[in-house]
Design a binder for this molecule. Structure first.
Ligand code: ZN
Length: 291
């Protein structure tokens, strides 16, 4: 049937939009998936909700955590380039800092939720991605910006998914419980190897406990993506976030086994379309994927 005069051709959604809270969240959580999707020809974007400007002294309480926002914005641009994805998009909120630090004026935690959802929705309508990935509701370890990011990005997805040309799949990045202890041991070993033998700070301990508590039961994970094919890209992207690395490096070829244990797969819960009971997949629906 010929289209009616005045009708518009529906836009077919395409590619992947990763919505995260701070520069570096994207590389830890979904850097491999983004690199794989981009290498296979999908458009891939990162929407970063804050400037990460409270990341100056990670892991320490009672100090000034502020950091020139340009530093972390540039680090994210570097990471996007290493992952082979588009230049990052920022919503420009200030980083709220960890719980108990007191969220500053202009931070994501103090922004009205409706305003944030509307701004994300505007980005989705402009880019027309097929798939959206964001944090799961616990935000992996409960950072106030992570939980706000999950709630607002999920709400924006729900609204956009009902529109013509809207996204067709939503994934939440989540850690399975079984992976948390192994990851924490590997991170501690890496810190030790980097010569950092300072005892964990109060924030570090709180964060480690939150990781355990907020990890998802293994059976709730629907999507386990092997990313060893692009692990060098993920490591290079993480290395861009130099202000957050506290001397850690992951590019020693002798540490390959440990690297693969820490970063060799990325894990998600497919929220929409809702999975059938027991459904498992090793790639995102609606994206082409290299084999
Ligand atoms: Zn973060």
């Amino acid at each position: 049937m010929a289209p009616e005069i005045g009708s518009t051709t529906p836009v077919t959604p395409k590619g992947l939009l990763a919505i995260f809270a701070h520069p570096d969240d994207e590389s830890y959580g979904a850097g491999g998936v983004m690199a794989l999707a981009a290498a296979a020809g999908n458009p891939v974007w990162v929407l970063c909700m804050t400037n990460g400007d409270q990341g100056g002294r990670p892991g320490e309480m009672d100090v000034d955590h502020s950091l020139d926002p340009e530093i972390r914005r540039n680090e994210l641009a570097c990471a996007c380039s290493e992952l082979g994805v588009a230049e990052p998009i920022f919503l420009g909120y200030r980083d709220s800092g960890m719980e108990g630090w007191g969220a500053p004026e202009g931070s994501l935690a103090r922004a009205p939720q409706d305003e944030v959802v509307d701004r994300i929705l505007a980005v989705i309508r402009r880019l027309r991605p097929a798939v959206i990935v964001t944090f799961d509701p616990g935000g992996v370890y409960g950072h106030p910006d992570h939980t706000a990011c999950s709630a607002t990005a999920t709400a924006a997805y729900r609204r956009a998914a009902g529109e013509l040309g809207g996204p067709v799949a939503l994934y939440h990045q989540a850690m399975p419980r079984s992976a948390v202890a192994a990851m924490q041991a590997a991170m501690a070993e890496e810190r030790h190897r980097a010569g950092d033998d300072t005892p964990p700070s109060e924030d570090d301990l709180r964060q480690a406990e939150a990781f355990q508590k907020l990890a998802r039961p293994d059976e709730e994970i629907t999507t386990v993506v092997p990313i060893t094919a692009v692990i060098e890209r993920k490591v290079a992207a993480l290395a861009c976030h130099d202000s957050q690395m506290r001397g850690r490096r992951w590019d020693d070829p002798e540490q390959r086994a440990q690297l693969e244990q820490m970063f060799g797969r990325e894990t998600f819960v497919r929220v929409d379309p809702a999975p059938t009971p027991g459904e498992m997949e090793d790639r995102f629906v609606a994206l082409t994927w290299g084999d």
